[in-house]
Design a protein around this ligand. Structure first.
Ligand SMILES: *[C@@H]1O[C@H](CO)[C@@H](O)[C@H](O)[C@H]1NC(C)=O
Ligand SMILES: *[C@@H]1O[C@H](CO)[C@@H](O)[C@H](O)[C@H]1NC(C)=O
Ligand SMILES: *[C@@H]1O[C@H](CO)[C@@H](O)[C@H](O)[C@H]1NC(C)=O
Ligand SMILES: *[C@@H]1O[C@H](CO)[C@@H](O)[C@H](O)[C@H]1NC(C)=O
Ligand SMILES: *[C@@H]1O[C@H](CO)[C@@H](O)[C@H](O)[C@H]1NC(C)=O
Ligand SMILES: *[C@@H]1O[C@H](CO)[C@@H](O)[C@H](O)[C@H]1NC(C)=O
Length: 749
């Protein structure tokens, strides 16, 4: 039953949550068709460009005629995007300086047909908003669908002017930009980047306000979640780069957005988008973010919404922070009570107070016998008498959740119970439904269906309880959060960390929910939605906060601080669970759930120099492939190469052959830098099932006597048994004041 066609469909539909998935559009390649290519070119050493104009002029020399250039890249790629035929590209590839070219990917913005989730905001780390020592001057660059600037969340009141290093522009007219929203540019209009980045979708407004929105009192959605809204880093500046529109996100535009964000002086880049796993040298996001990180810019990326299946991650490069998504402890409760007295708690943000919750006849949409009718798509309910009844619909079937309610309402239904299929387990979402509704978990759904079968006149009612705090378990990994292992490199554990991203309240350009007689005023509208799209800007805000405290820390050091201080237990002190309420693996949680308060004082950091990434890339790729990412010729034979597991990463991932008789240990070397007071001593503690895998740390004590002192150590990993599949544990460096934790994942493949 669970492995039916419909559950497979469900899984593919799940990726339609508000996470911008890339979908490569298969295009027939004919010789004469104009398509956009990203072309990487390297000038000869004698060619030094004084200005961006000089470099652009050199790029244009590759092109057959004027008007073909879409983007010229200056900071994070050496090359350009241009409209070319295959024939023209063949000619270009014979020209001196040509390195490689990839056709642009048409990335699909998957949120337009998605219902809007509604729910509540993350409990904000209140201490942050009150932290007067927080330095201003950190700039967060948001690459998304643009922004609706005239919103309370983007008020510049109390914000200092942008720092002197800021070089960007605001292409909104009038007063839209201010000391909060300092930059605004659109890359989706071809080479005219002077267009204003209007957000027609809402996604970009939501993510920008989540990362660094101003404190805005009076936020609520359909009466729920009333309170002040605030970004995670409310003192940071925002620069918005529109790289997605209603047709999706083009890789060439994303690369242009990263290029501009780096050139403009952003400190953090936040991207709630991604695509299928692909080698880094043909992935414009991996290429662009490498350049950003090399120039000291922190990059936070969505892990993807393709869970709970394994190997579903996006954005797997080691220089990015790859963010999973987990629940919060609030729900907007809608309880289903059955005629037999059983009741089940579910969620809905639309909670009409005027409808008396009477018992109504209950009917299962799948009862019509039509294939896939249980998903309540339009037409599915034809021939089924649902007038005045509550209809049970299943999640999935490529039908957005709120749309199912619209179908039920149109067919005369009085209410809807949305039930999970098995893969969604215990997770429920609060939506702005158009009729009384409740989304219940898989167990509840099974019991409700059983009850319908057990009686000739089943009845139910839906009772609304508003916002309820203390839901548990929380945080827990939500079903749609993409899972590892890392398909590009099993030696790098991904995702890196998880953060709140279910039912997140943030700014929205338009009203949501059923049409209202008194629509809210413009600039006061919010929405509550879910996805790795929502957890990613939380981590961008955390990174901005750390950067404000430690302006000299590298992106790798900030990432290490976030990862080694993450929580591995939930609020009740049990290990983080997943959607089935099983202990979540590191392929779901990464290092754990972000703990913002601890992340500014990690004690030790695992740092990585940009040149280490080149050595790492040289272990994987050819000279030519590495030079595309490095933006310059690279001779890997002249370098020491670093395999993934030996990169100085804050987590450890080692793989052994499955069929192994006399096991050889794997030795992993790491270096930590003390970033706290000296003198101090750290002792190694290993959490690992010793009967399965032996982990020895040498030396097991590190003494630091000077500031920023570095110490190296070895971790010797040695399986003790055969026929193992996956064993996960941790190394903790413990001092009087700190515990610096690295997950250790041991895979047998
Ligand atoms: C930009 O595009 C327009 C038409 O789309 C074209 O006329 C113009 O020449 C282009 N500019 C460059 C620098 O390629
Ligand atoms: C932050 O400031 C507000 C208003 O001054 C106050 O109500 C709140 O308790 C403070 N929060 C913390 C964590 O200090
Ligand atoms: C913004 O200003 C430009 C140039 O002055 C003008 O062409 C455009 O119509 C204006 N747009 C809006 C929305 O006012
Ligand atoms: C309910 O009854 C239908 C028809 O007899 C059957 O196909 C279905 O499996 C039953 N469902 C449950 C949950 O027992
Ligand atoms: C790359 O480096 C190796 C080792 O130093 C050297 O033998 C080789 O000639 C170099 N290749 C190029 C193209 O420079
Ligand atoms: C491992 O041991 C088994 C039984 O002792 C033997 O049959 C097998 O060939 C060995 N495999 C290898 C790779 O040595």
């Amino acid at each position: 039953m669970l492995k039916s066609k419909s559950s497979a469909m469900e899984l593919s539909r799940l990726s339609l949550l508000p996470f911008l998935l890339l979908a490569a559009v298969a295009s027939s390649v004919t010789g004469d068709e104009l398509r956009t290519f990203i072309v990487h070119v390297h000038p000869q050493e004698s060619l030094a460009f004084e200005t961006a104009e000089d470099r652009t002029a050199w790029y244009v020399q590759f092109l057959p005629e004027d008007g073909r250039l879409r983007h010229a890249y200056h900071h994070v790629a050496s090359g350009f995007a241009a409209r070319l035929t295959q024939r023209e590209l063949d000619e270009i590839s014979a020209m001196p300086g040509f390195v490689s070219a990839i056709p642009d990917q048409t990335y699909t913005l998957q949120t337009t047909h998605t219902p809007q989730f509604l729910g509540l905001n993350a409990p904000l780390p209140g201490a942050w908003t009150n932290d007067t020592s927080l330095r201003s001057g950190v700039i967060v660059g948001m690459l998304d669908t643009g922004v609706f600037p005239h919103h309370a969340s983007f008020s510049g009141r109390g914000m200092p002017p942008p720092p002197a290093k800021w070089k960007g522009h605001c292409y909104f007219n009038g007063t839209a930009c201010n000391n909060k929203l300092i930059g605004a540019r659109d890359f989706t209009t071809g080479n005219n980047t002077a267009a204003p980045p209007v957000d027609d979708e809402g996604h970009g407004t939501h993510t920008a306000s989540t990362a660094a929105g101003a404190v805005a009192p009076g936020a609520q959605v359909l009466g729920q979640a009333a309170g002040a809204a605030s970004g995670v880093a409310p003192r940071a500046h925002l620069a918005v780069y529109k790289v997605c529109d209603e047709t999706g996100c083009s890789g060439a535009d994303i690369l242009a957005g990263i290029d501009a964000a780096v050139g403009d002086g952003c400190d953090v880049i936040s991207m709630s988008l991604g695509g299928p796993s692909r080698p880094f040298y043909i992935d414009p996001i991996a290429i662009g973010t490498f350049g950003a990180v090399e120039k000291g810019v922190f990059v936070s990326m969505a892990a993807g919404n393709s869970g709970p299946e394994s190997s579903t991650l996006s954005n797997e490069a080691p220089w990015m922070l790859t963010v999973a998504v987990s629940t919060m402890d609030r729900s907007i409760r809608a309880t289903v009570r059955l005629g037999n007295g059983l009741y089940f708690h579910g969620q809905s943000t639309y909670q009409p107070t005027d409808s008396a919750p009477a018992f109504l006849p209950l009917v299962y949409a799948g009862a019509s016998g039509k294939p896939f009718a249980q998903f309540c798509d339009s037409g599915d309910l034809d021939g089924l008498d649902i007038r005045g009844k509550i209809v049970v619909c299943e999640l999935g079937g490529e039908v957005p959740r709120v749309f199912k309610g619209q179908v039920v309402q149109k067919a005369g239904g009085a209410g809807m119970i949305l039930v999970n299929q098995y893969p969604q387990g215990y997770d429920t979402l609060a939506d702005a439904h158009v009729l009384p509704a409740s989304h219940v978990d898989y167990a509840a759904g099974s019991a409700i269906k059983l009850y319908i079968n057990s009686t000739t006149s089943p009845t139910a009612r839906i009772i609304f309880h508003g916002t309820v705090l203390g839901a548990s378990p929380a945080p827990s990994i939500v079903f749609f959060s993409s899972r590892g292992p890392n398909q590009q490199d099993a030696g790098i554990l991904k995702p890196d960390v998880t953060g709140p991203g279910v039912n997140v309240l943030a700014a929205w350009p338009f009203p949501v929910g059923p049409p209202s007689s008194s629509p809210p005023l413009p600039g006061t509208t919010y929405n509550i939605i879910s996805g790795t799209s929502m957890s990613t800007p939380h981590l961008s805000g955390v990174a901005a906060f750390i950067k404000s405290k430690h302006p000299d820390w590298s992106p790798a050091a900030i990432k290490s601080a976030i990862m080694t201080t993450a929580d591995v237990d939930d609020r009740s002190g049990t290990p983080l669970l997943d959607e089935q309420h099983s202990v979540a693996s590191f392929f779901a949680t990464g290092a754990g759930h972000v703990n913002p308060a601890k992340a500014t004082t990690p004690g030790l950091v695992y740092d990585i120099a940009p040149s280490d990434y080149i050595s790492y890339l040289c272990d994987k790729y050819t000279n030519q492939q590495v030079s595309v990412i490095a933006r310059r010729p690279v001779n890997c034979s002249a370098m020491v190469t670093i395999p993934g597991r030996l990169l100085n990463y804050p987590s450890i991932s080692v793989t052994f052959p499955a069929a192994m008789n006399s096991t050889m240990p794997v030795i992993v070397r790491r270096t930590v830098k003390n970033v706290d007071e000296v003198p101090t001593s750290y002792y190694a503690a290993v959490d690992m099932q010793e009967s399965l895998v032996s982990v020895v740390v040498y030396p097991d004590r590190l003494d630091f006597t000077q500031p920023n002192q570095e110490k190296s150590f070895r971790v010797i990993v040695w399986p003790k048994q055969r026929n193992l599949r996956l064993v996960q544990g941790a190394l903790r460096w413990v001092s009087d004041t700190h515990s610096v934790r690295s997950p250790i994942s041991v895979t047998f493949a």
